[in-house]
Structures are given as structure tokens and as C-alpha cells.
Ligand binder design. Structure first.
Ligand code: DLL
Length: 433
């Protein structure tokens, strides 16, 4: 269902007029209130009045994660702390977290976008939302929570972890919508099975899964094991949190970007040139309505492409394709670029393999060696050694064939790869140690 009929179905021209007006106001405001942007604009020789068309966005400098670190914790805020009602932070793998702030109006806007997202994912008033995204500094839990309330649905603020208890509550409360990371969804299914509970007997209709990359094959696996329709939700703390874009349940083909609040571009990460629709590169976002933490041309490091074609659902909002990985996740194995999600796609095609895997990267004599640890099903594991050896060979061969890279495949026993309650750790990189 379309939550905001007016803004989600605007004709392009009307949408662009709104974008330009909001972009100009944002640039004006950050120039006046955030020393970092004022200085960046000065260095680029740009004044806010130079932004006369949407194309002029390309004249503005990019903002990077390093810029946010340099201004840690509150240096990028565009309002006095008196007006900040919420703070979130994203942990990241190294160093200090990235800190973001929200005014009361930002929270309102975010709740509206999350209500739109949940509606696109099949939720409405009367639904019970089992929200297993983590509550805390992470934006997932509270983001979904406010959206669910805005929609008028009932929300179970279960957060992540304590999985057995989650399953009991699912059985007793009869939630109809599941929200969590795709990896945790699979873990929930696994624990339910151990407890003798079949998702077939639960009431779930759909799940809104995101916060980490996942493949089409993983979607099929989740839909089969959890007996629900799985949609992809995308977002990042720096832009707002979850609710930047979402698949519609009607098409499940690309994520509609809430363009009345965020302008998306895709660039070549090396040359920084803006790429035409359809071409794959790094996603860049500019927020055009946020008050406390506006962001100009933020380089997300996420890799995708944009699709402006109309969608069957009736939304006119442009779609981005599923994020296949991050520029900083890319492994270069003997000269070949590989993303963990590509390995996942190959694994998911193979019979007998479970959706639990981990990639280990080592550097030996200046060469990156990639080991793929993957779990096999109980049935397969009890088979003869020869069967396992054949499976191992098959995986190695398929990865070589599809991705052009030689890897070491190691089959491991069921349930030996650590399960995640939030974002799964798919890569163990021993090169930095
Ligand atoms: O993960 C916000 C979120 C919460 C999104 C709940 C969806 C659901 P961060 O912790 O700041 O925010 O991490 C943002 O996670 O730049 C992507 O690399 C990755 N990511 C988020 N959603 C997806 C997705 C939240 N659907 C970073 N597919 C982003 C692939 C995703 N990657």
C-alpha cells in the first residue's frame, strides 16, 4: 500500500521542483551554520546562490566518512544542541563511531518515511510488527519503531538477541510482520526449528530485511524457510537510518528512494564523475529536508545503480538496485575484484549448502588468499567423505567459473559458523592484523 499518495506518486517535474527548492534551502543553511561546509564551499569557489538547477548539485564538494570523523562528535550539526532531541551513532569497524543528530522535526520526518517503508513492505494498521532490529545507538530498532507507530500498527520492541524468547513471543503474540537483518531472520528460523516450531504455523505475511547486503538467493532461502514475502530495506545513519529506500512488495525489484527527502547520484569511485542511470558505481546522497544533520553529497561507499523506469506499484520514485557490496568490502584476489555478495550468490545456487558462510582473507607473499568456509546441511554432513569432497570441488569450480577466481573451499559442520543477532560478519580479514 502507498502510505503517502501525494509524495510517493508525484510527476517527475513536480518532484524536481520540490527537490530544487529544498536543495537550495539546505545549501543556504549549511553554509550559514556548519563551518565545515562553509569552508568546503569556499575552497570550491561556490556560494549558495550558484545552485540554480538540480544539475548544479554536481558543483558541490563531496563529504566522506573521514570528514565526519574529523568533526567528531557534534561538529557537523547544523542546529544548537538545544534543538537536538536524539543522537544515534554507527559503530563502523575501526576507530570512532559516526555520530548523527535529529531535531523533533527530523524524527517526525523519519517516522513518516519509515511508515511509508513498512507500508511498501506490506504492513498496515492492524498488523503486529515483531521488531528484532537492535534498539540503541544503531538506527534500526528505533527507526522501525517510530514508523510502525506512525502507521498505526502494533509494535513488539523485542530488539535483537535472546532468540528462544523471541520465538516463544512469535508463537504467542502472532506477529504478522518481521523486521530484522536477513542473517538474523535465518537464525530465528533455525532456532524455531530446534524448538519444534514451524514458521508455517506462525502468522507472518512479510518481512522487511536490511542493514546488510544479501543476495536474491538468500531472499529465496528466507522466503522458503520463514514462509513470508521478504523485501529489502536500505538506509544508513549518516543519511537518516533505515527508510532511505525500500522495495515495494508488488514488484520486489529495486528499492524506491524517497527522493522528496534525499537526492541520489551514482559516481565512479575513482574519477568521481557522475554516472548515467543504469551504470554501476558508488551511491552518493544529499539530504534536502534534515535539520540537525544535513549532509551534502555523502559518499556512502555502497555499490549500486539507479533505475528511473516506472514501477508496477504506482510509485514514481526512482529505484536503486539491490546494494551488492561496499567499495571497502571489495577483495582483490590475484587481481580479480570480488565482493562477498557474489560468493553468496554462487553458494546459494548449490544444493546441500546452508546459507551460513564466512570468508577468510589472508595475505601470503603479497597475494590475497580467499578461503570460503561454508556449512552443509545435516543430511549432507553425514554422507560419505566422497560426497563431501565432490561438493567441495563443485563449489570451487562454480566460484572459479562465475567469478574467475580461485578460492579455497572448506566445508564445515552444521551450526559452526557464528550466528548474528544484527549485522553478520561475513569477512574475516587477517591481512590487517
Ligand atoms: O544499517 C540502517 C538500517 C537499519 C538499514 C535497518 C536497514 C534496516 P548503518 O548501521 O549506518 O545503518 O549502516 C549503513 O549498512 O551503508 C550499507 O553498507 C549497509 N546496508 C544497509 N542496508 C542495506 C541493504 C543501517 N538493504 C550501511 N543492503 C550501509 C545492503 C545495506 N547493505
Amino acid at each position: 500500500m502507498i502510505h503517502n499518495m501525494e509524495f510517493e506518486t508525484l510527476p517527475r517535474e513536480a518532484l524536481e521542483a520540490i527537490q530544487l527548492r529544498r536543495l537550495r534551502a539546505t545549501v543556504e543553511r549549511v553554509n550559514a551554520t556548519v563551518p565545515f561546509y562553509r569552508e568546503k564551499f569556499r575552497q570550491a569557489g561556490i556560494v549558495p546562490a550558484d545552485i540554480k538547477s538540480l544539475k548544479d548539485l554536481q558543483r558541490l564538494p563531496f563529504t566522506t566518512k573521514a570528514d565526519l570523523r574529523d568533526n567528531y562528535p557534534f561538529g557537523m550539526f547544523a542546529v544548537p544542541m538545544d534543538n537536538v532531541v536524539r543522537i544515534h551513532a554507527s559503530s563502523g569497524t575501526t576507530g570512532k563511531p559516526t555520530v548523527v543528530g535529529y531535531t523533533a522535526r527530523d524524527i517526525e520526518m523519519w517516522a513518516e518515511l519509515m511508515a511509508r517503508s513498512l507500508a511498501a513492505g506490506g504492513a498496515s494498521r492492524g498488523d503486529i510488527i515483531h521488531n528484532a532490529y537492535g534498539y540503541g545507538l544503531f538506527t534500526g530498532g528505533l527507526g522501525v519503531h517510530y514508523g510502525a507507530e506512525r502507521l498505526g500498527a502494533s509494535v513488539i520492541p523485542i530488539s535483537g538477541g535472546n532468540t528462544k524468547r523471541q520465538v516463544m513471543i512469535m508463537k504467542d503474540f502472532g506477529p504478522t510482520i518481521l523486521t530484522c537483518t536477513p542473517s538474523y531472520a535465518l537464525h530465528l528460523a533455525e532456532v524455531a526449528t530446534e524448538m519444534g516450531i514451524d514458521f508455517k504455523d506462525l502468522r507472518f505475511k512479510s518481512g522487511v530485511f536490511g542493514a546488510e547486503p544479501w543476495s536474491e538467493g538468500m531472499r529465496e532461502e528466507i522466503e522458503r524457510k520463514l514462509h513470508l514475502t521478504a523485501v529489502d530495506i536500505y538506509g544508513l545513519s549518516e543519511v537518516i537510518g533505515p527508510g532511505v529506500s525500500i522495495e515495494c512488495i508488488e514488484a520486489k525489484k529495486g528499492l524506491h528512494i524517497f527522493e522528496d527527502h534525499f537526492i541520489a547520484e551514482v559516481i565512479n569511485p575513482e574519477t568521481e564523475e557522475v554516472l548515467p542511470y543504469g551504470e554501476t558505481g558508488e551511491l552518493v546522497f544529499t539530504s534536502i529536508t534534515k535539520e540537525a544533520f544535513p549532509i551534502i553529497r555523502y559518499r556512502t561507499r555502497d555499490i549500486t545503480s539507479l533505475n528511473p523506469e516506472p514501477c508496477v506499484c504506482g510509485r514514481t520514485l526512482m529505484r536503486m538496485n539491490r546494494v551488492s557490496g561496499r567499495t571497502d568490502d571489495m577483495l582483490i584476489i590475484r587481481g580479480v575484484n570480488v565482493f562477498p555478495s557474489q560468493i553468496e550468490s554462487v553458494l546459494m545456487e548449490i544444493e546441500g549448502v546452508e546459507p551460513h558462510y564466512q570468508l577468510v582473507v589472508d595475505r601470503v607473499d603479497n597475494l590475497d588468499i580467499l578461503s570460503v568456509m561454508v556449512e552443509v546441511g545435516e543430511g549432507t554432513f553425514s554422507d560419505e567423505v566422497r560426497v563431501l569432497q565432490d561438493l567441495e570441488k563443485k563449489i570451487t569450480k562454480n566460484i572459479k567459473e562465475y567469478l574467475g577466481v580461485s578460492v579455497k573451499v572448506k566445508l564445515v559442520e552444521p551450526k559452526t559458523i557464528a550466528r548474528s543477532e544484527g549485522k553478520a560478519q561475513r569477512v574475516i580479514d587477517n591481512r590487517k592484523l
